[in-house]
Design a protein around this ligand. Structure first.
Ligand SMILES: [Zn+2]
Length: 72
């Protein structure tokens, strides 16, 4: 027994995308796709994007394309 890192999918209520290692990314790719499908935030440290700001370590908001005032 003892201390063992859980091998299941990471809990995205507790971990940011920025913290994932490559094995966790591989195991959770389908879930991650859903979490980044409509990105509203980008991490200004890691350049990752996500639907929710709490999935990133240094999130800043990005505007959705449909809100672009330059578009005619
Ligand atoms: Zn980050």
């Amino acid at each position: 027994m003892g201390k063992e890192k859980k091998k299941g999918s990471p809990d995205f209520d507790k971990i940011t995308l920025c913290e994932l290692d490559k094995d966790e990314i591989e195991r959770s790719m389908e879930k991650i796709k859903n979490l980044v499908a409509h990105p509203r935030h980008i991490c200004c440290k890691c350049a990752r994007v996500a639907n929710r700001s709490d999935l990133l370590c240094k999130p800043i908001a990005i505007s959705p394309p449909e809100a672009d005032p330059e578009r005619s």
